[in-house]
Design a protein around this ligand. Structure first.
Ligand SMILES: *Cc1c(COP(=O)(O)O)cnc(C)c1O
Length: 229
């Protein structure tokens, strides 16, 4: 396998190329390096190659990695990208820059309650199931606008946009990414402050080109950087 630094370099070039093809600026797309199941030493290697944003999916593994002596003093920006259960909210709050995987009003309410207790503001994305696969987490697209008003009213939390995990087939994935972007546009019309709703977290190792062409502002890439899990 190639080194992490060269994998990261290659992906950054691909991001640029996809942005140029889509008429976008490469600064509009943030690369989140997904390190689930990978040891802290590899996170450190990626940091030394200039990577700052990291994504983790499992609460226990995330907490252990964040507190690893090799990493705890580094200025890393952690993203919680897994499905977040309500009873796990208190473990991640205040430790991450963005929570991508909130898919229920009740979980957002719990996040808000904890954020008030901690006297902080927590940014989050709503996870949407755009592929209609029942095995996937995420709110159904047609439910989102119905809960939007309640979400916008919650204190000490800011909804920053939407996240999805698309179908494995890139052509289907492209349609799903497009539907997520359109959903974000509708959500902005309902938002008291649409300028906060800037993020589309979509695209992984196998489909980030399509995601960038369809408007992704954050792509979550694991395998293409760190190898197979
Ligand atoms: C594991 C994971 C990724 C990264 O997937 P790769 O195919 O390894 O790039 C992205 N998003 C989520 C939510 C994940 O759980």
């Amino acid at each position: 396998m190639e080194s992490i630094a060269s994998n990261l370099g290659a992906i950054r070039e691909e991001i640029k190329a996809a942005c140029i093809a889509a008429g976008r600026s490469a600064e509009e797309v943030r690369l989140i390096a997904v390190t689930k199941t990978k040891p802290a030493g590899l996170v450190r290697e990626a940091f030394e190659a200039g990577q700052l944003d990291f994504g983790e999916s499992y609460v226990q593994e995330f907490l252990e990695k964040q507190q690893d002596p090799q990493l705890e003093k580094l200025p890393l920006s952690w993203h919680f990208i897994g499905h977040l259960q309500s009873n796990k909210v208190r473990s991640v709050i205040g430790r991450v820059s963005l929570i991508h995987g909130i898919d229920k009003l009740s979980t957002a309410e719990e996040l808000s309650k904890r954020a008030v207790q901690h006297n902080i503001n927590a940014d989050y994305l709503l996870e949407v199931n755009t592929s209609a696969e029942s095995s996937k987490y995420g709110m159904q697209p047609e439910e989102v606008l119905g809960v939007a008003e309640s979400l916008f009213r919650l204190p000490n939390v800011t909804l920053r946009g939407l996240m999805t995990i698309a179908s494995p087939d890139p052509q289907r994935a492209r349609k799903e990414f497009r539907s997520l972007r359109l959903l974000l546009e509708s959500l902005k019309l309902a938002a008291p402050d649409p300028s906060k709703l800037t993020e589309l977290s979509m695209g992984m190792s196998g489909d980030f080109h399509e995601a960038i062409e369809e408007g992704a502002t954050m792509i979550r890439v694991g395998t293409a950087i760190f190898g197979w899990r």
